[in-house]
Design a protein around this ligand. Structure first.
Ligand SMILES: NC(=O)c1ccc[n+]([C@@H]2O[C@H](COP(=O)([O-])OP(=O)(O)OC[C@H]3O[C@@H](n4cnc5c(N)ncnc54)[C@H](O)[C@@H]3O)[C@@H](O)[C@H]2O)c1
Length: 164
């Protein structure tokens, strides 16, 4: 950004820095805001394309199952659903209302999922690469151990267990 006024002439003579701190902060903030908007736009477009089913499941995508689609579970779904390479294919919740609610959210993102009431059925029937566990604390340990024994990668909500 060339400064052709008095400030520019002084800067050329080395009397003042060519760009003031205020100018730097203003342009850096504008650039950051621009980048954030572009990023948000890309995510939005990806969601819309998924909705229109323009993005098809790929062999290279990670097939992820979900156990416990309550309040934190839905937060995690929304946080993960736009990560490139992640595809939810199945969910489990003992409460059909929560399972159906989450399945509808995922359908909106172009990811129809199988729903289960028992995670053991899910991991036996689905070809998953990983699971996200967001059930109540006291069932985390057993569910995480069973999933790892089935060869799955596990993201488990805190707390991992209520005792050691
Ligand atoms: N990381 C964080 O900031 C954060 C924030 C909130 C909650 N959490 C953690 O997330 C976990 C879930 O909390 P929440 O607030 O979403 O609870 P929640 O009660 O809203 O959701 C839990 C869900 O798990 C289901 N469930 C219970 N037992 C199950 C089982 N055996 N198999 C399958 N589904 C089962 C319930 O029906 C419910 O839908 C807890 O461990 C909590 O500590 C973490």
């Amino acid at each position: 950004m060339a400064d052709t006024g008095k400030r520019g002439k002084k800067a050329k003579k080395g009397l003042i820095p060519p760009i003031s701190r205020r100018m730097f902060i203003t342009s850096a903030s504008a650039a950051a805001a621009g980048a954030a908007l572009v990023g948000a736009g890309l995510l939005y477009n990806r969601a819309r394309m998924r909705k229109k089913k323009l993005i098809r499941p790929k062999e290279t995508e990670l097939k992820v199952g979900f156990i416990g689609t309550g309040s934190q579970g839905r937060n995690l779904i929304l946080a993960a659903v736009n990560i490139p390479g992640v595809r939810f294919t199945a969910i489990t919740d003992i409460w059909p209302y929560h399972a159906g609610y989450a399945a509808n959210i995922l359908k909106e993102y172009g990811m129809p999922v199988a729903t289960y009431a028992d995670y053991q059925d899910m991991i036996a029937k689905e070809k998953l690469d990983a699971v996200i566990i967001a059930t109540p604390d006291w069932v985390h340990a057993q569910q995480a151990i069973d999933c790892m024994k089935a060869g799955l990668h596990v993201y488990c909500e805190k707390e991992m267990a209520s005792s050691l």
